[in-house]
Each structure stands twice: as C-alpha cells, then as structure tokens.
Design a protein around this ligand. Structure first.
Ligand SMILES: [Mg+2]
Length: 420
C-alpha cells in the first residue's frame, strides 16, 4: 500500500527544562549568568545531590553528562556542574506559550509531550515544495526564539516517524529534513536503539541477533524480526526502519476542564460533627474523583475543596500541586488540608458559626496521562526507580554474601565443637 504524502513538521524544544529554567532565572535576576552557556543541569535534589539529571546544557553535554543518570555520577564527570531544581510550573507556562504559537500555523497540531509537537502543514505547503517547507520551518524557529527566548529544532518529512527522527539530528536551533529518499544515507547508519518506537528491550533483543543499525533492521528478513519480536512488533520495526508510518496527526480532543463530585449532606455539619460526618464524605468524594480521572486517562494538578453553607452561600479553596495526580489518597490529603483552612482555621466558617450542607471535591488543570508519561519527568523518575531497584538488589546480594560467610563460619566452628 502506498503512503499518502503529507507535509509533517516535528517541533522539539532544545534542552527544554534547562532552557526554561535558564529563562526563569534571567527573568528573576537580570544580568545573572545564562545557564545555557555554562555546564548546568536540571534534576534531583540540589542540596542532597540525590536523584537523576532530567536535562542538561550543551556545555554540560560536552563533559559527557547524560539525561537520566544519577546526579552523583554527573558531578564526577563535571565537578563544576551547576544544578537547578525542576520547576514544573514554569515548564507548563512555556510549553503552553509554545503550543499557542504553533497552533497559529495549523489546527492539525498534536502535542506529544511537554516540549514537542507534530504539525500537519499539507494545506499550506505541498509535500513536493521542499523549499517552501524550509522557509516555513525557519519562520517558526525565528518566531519562537524572538517571542519566547528559547530555541527549537524542526524536523521535516512526509510522515510523523521521519519528521520526529529528523528533529533529533544535530542541535540546537536547526531544521533537518528526512524525506524517504534520504533514509538510506541519513537514517540507516544510526544505531537501532535510535529508531523512534524501538525501546531499550526491543533494541537489546535485536542486538542479540546481530541487528545493530536501523539499516540492518530495514534489510532484515521480516520473518526473522517477527520471530525475535513477535508478529506485531516485528512488522512495526520493519516498517519503521524503512521509513514507513501511517500514523496521522490527530489534534487533541477537547478535554474536560475539571472533574469534580459533590454531595449534599444528610445533616448540616459544624465543628462538633465534622469528624464523624464530614471526613467520611471527603474520603468518598476523593475516591470518586480519582476513579473518574483514572477511567478517563487524565491527571490533574489543581485540587479544589468546596462547600455550600446552610444559607446556600458557596465557598471554596484550591491549591496547585507540584505534580500531576489521579491518586485518591493524594486528592484526599489535599482536600483535607484545604478543608482545614476553609472550615477550621482562625478565619474558618466554623469559627464564624456557619454550618455547611454540601461538600465538593474537584481536580482541574487536566492533562492526558499518556502525555504526562511521555514527558521527561516521568521518564527520569522511572530511571530513578530502576536505579533504586538495582541498588536494592546489590544490597540484598551483599547481605546474602555476609550471611553466607557467617553461616560458613558458624558451620566451621560447629564442626570443631563437635569434635570437642
Ligand atoms: Mg526536546
């Protein structure tokens, strides 16, 4: 089946978290050093130097500092590395501003993670108009740099897969094309693990059968790939390695703005019965909201606690978490904190003698969980988890060794005793 050619751009922010942290710092302390120009990195706990690197500057990259590696290791490679903490609030702000600019070029915009998006520009630029595509890519890069102060790479091709691969070529502030006819020269020499959609485990399986480059996979027997990876994955890798992808740019569906639940109480609540009547309701509402978020595949960042007084006035308090959540316990804990302020605080409703008859719990600032998982934060956390598991396994092994030694020792002395 022949692919229908489209004009697809993949726009990807260069060292997104690092660039955005650098901009924030320049905004707060004008004249301070631009983090992008020195060896610097975002990640972990800056004071305790735990955790992993989630982004690094280009000068830091020259020292071999890698995204996903423990902070301690990065500091060994580059002792003068300047570390800054993650700042999700700022990242969301810049991400939003970027998507607003990109949306002006086409409604066919698909945000893939916090710092990257696909644009289907076929209506503006015919796939044959390669010069036109380059001009438009330059325009997008210039607009982002001038209006927002950070740089992006633009990858251009006739499908999403190749556009994505292209944007990953040399950085920063570059446009690259990877048209189907350029695949043998530009994509086939790359290591198989660089193929978009080829995870670590898949790459490892392929390396075992001698498939080292994307070109090796492209020319490999489909049956071999399917034996090693399974029918579906084998076909997918074979197609991808040959630059074939039929995935469409799908604009985000109109999302729910918030998920909330409320409940009218059987009795009015005041300070005296808050513990017995109020707390169980907050618990159940939090569970309901979490279940609805999970079912819709959404996570949210702002939690709202709301009440209606016995004389029908509405009051609410809300707070924004540093992370996204769909967890009942986290929503409940936050709602309880807000309830404490709104009801029981020194200026609280109970203090003023106001009783309540309705309670509501809600979560807003929603994002699709899929997208959340794609972003680097989640990825880095996952790496951190794996690192923890490795450390735990090491510790277990060491303990086991020590025990074995002890047992051997005891067994030895026991034998001696027996002879006594
Ligand atoms: Mg990026």
């Amino acid at each position: 089946m022949e692919q229908e050619d489209r004009t697809i751009f993949h726009v990807d922010v260069n060292s997104a978290f690092l660039s955005w942290s650098a901009l924030k710092r320049l905004e707060e302390e004008p004249g301070s050093v631009d983090l992008r120009t020195i060896p610097s990195a975002v990640g972990g706990d800056v004071k305790t130097r735990h955790g992993v690197i989630t982004a690094k500057s280009i000068p830091a990259k020259k020292y071999g500092v890698q995204t996903g590696e423990p902070v301690v290791k990065a500091l060994q490679k580059c002792p003068q590395l300047v570390l800054v903490p993650s700042d999700f609030e700022t990242y969301r702000k810049y991400s939003h501003a970027l998507m607003e600019i990109l949306a002006k070029y086409t409604p066919l915009l698909q945000q893939m993670s916090i710092d990257e998006a696909f644009l289907d520009l076929t209506d503006r630029i015919r796939p044959q108009d390669r010069e036109g595509a380059l001009v438009l890519a330059r325009q997008i890069r210039d607009t982002v740099r001038e209006q927002l102060g950070f740089t992006v790479n633009v990858g251009i091709s006739t499908n999403k897969l190749l556009a994505k691969m292209a944007s990953d070529f040399q950085k920063p502030d570059r446009t690259h094309t990877l048209y189907p006819e350029e695949v043998p020269a530009k994509m086939w020499p790359l290591p198989i693990g660089d193929l978009y959609g080829c995870g670590k485990q898949t790459a490892q399986k392929l390396l075992l059968v001698g498939i080292n480059t994307i070109g090796d996979a492209a020319s490999a027997d489909l049956a071999l790939l399917q034996t090693v990876l399974g029918e579906k994955s084998g076909l997918h890798i074979h197609n991808s390695a040959n630059g074939i992808s039929r995935s469409k740019v799908t604009p985000e569906r109109e999302q729910a703005k918030s998920v909330s639940n409320e409940r009218t109480l059987s009795v009015d609540i005041d300070r005296d019965n808050y513990q017995t009547e109020g707390l169980p309701v907050i618990h159940r509402l939090s569970e309901k909201v979490a279940a609805r978020l999970q079912k819709a595949g959404l996570v949210g960042q702002t939690v709202t606690f709301q009440v209606k007084s016995a004389d029908f006035d509405r009051y609410s308090r809300q707070t924004t978490l540093s992370n996204m959540t769909d967890r009942a316990e986290e929503i409940e804990a936050t709602a309880l904190y807000l309830a404490g302020q709104l009801l029981n605080g020194p200026d609280g409703l109970f203090e003023k003698g106001i009783s309540i008859r309705l309670i509501g719990v809600g979560v807003s600032r929603l994002t699709e969980k899929q997208m959340q998982q794609l972003d680097l934060f989640a990825w880095a956390e996952q790496n951190e988890e794996e690192e923890k598991k490795r450390q735990a396994a090491k510790a277990r092994q060491a303990k086991l060794n020590a025990m074995m030694e002890q047992i051997n020792g005891r067994f030895g002395s026991g034998t001696v005793k027996k002879g006594e």
